[in-house]
Design a protein around this ligand. Sequence first.
Ligand code: ATP
Length: 235
Amino acid sequence: TAAAHPIEARGLVKRYDHVTAVDHVDITVEAGTVYGYLGPNGAGKTTSLRMLLGLIRPDEGRARLFGRDPLEEGAAALDGVAGFVEAPRFYPYLSGRRNLELMAALDGGDAADRIDDALETVGLAERDGDKVSGYSHGMKQRLGIGAALLRDPRLLLLDEPTTGLDPAGMRDMRELVRRLAADGITVLLSSHIMGEVEELCDRVAIVRSGRVIYEGAMDALLHRASAHGQRYRLR
Ligand code: ATP
């Protein structure tokens, strides 16, 4: 049998009071791809990522990561999976390295052995002794990815990694995601600004009001948009 996809979600639904935050969403992410989950604020991106990670229970449907359901199997199903939902959080008065050391200690295993590599990969090796409170927004986002790398992931889920970055921060983040993909890590990232991530993504889902309104290869979408003499706008 073929290896299970990094992400396979079918019919995900999440309702809050009068809002259907996520409305029958299917997502298939194939190994080795960068997948963009794109849509305006409130489209249900964060809620979808939470369901994929087993942080909240869908009202309908199910999500599997590498064929395993975190709601059924717990932490074991998240082996090889890492990332962040909403902004990563750190102790601001501790250094970037110290934050990773604390996370590694909580994580156990050989996470501590990966701290140097993680800091290097995310471009923070030279600033690892600085307090996180002195980091730019982009550096904090990259430290969040560094923290995720301590788990030696095969799959990374990144919620809005580029939001709020200045042009330099954006460039660093794009380079970082490219490097992760080149290292064979499958990446799902959400964004509400398509222009920020389009060149990174192999495939995209465009979501609006909880529904996927387009799913396909990024270049097919760009082609379709230019055929209509316009760029797709998300907001
Ligand atoms: P953003 O980028 O603003 O976070 P998003 O695409 O991630 O947007 P969600 O945060 O998933 O969207 O929210 C989708 C919808 O569900 C919104 O209308 C939001 O108000 C609603 N929602 C999300 N979480 C809750 C909750 N815990 N209780 C009530 N409503 C919620």
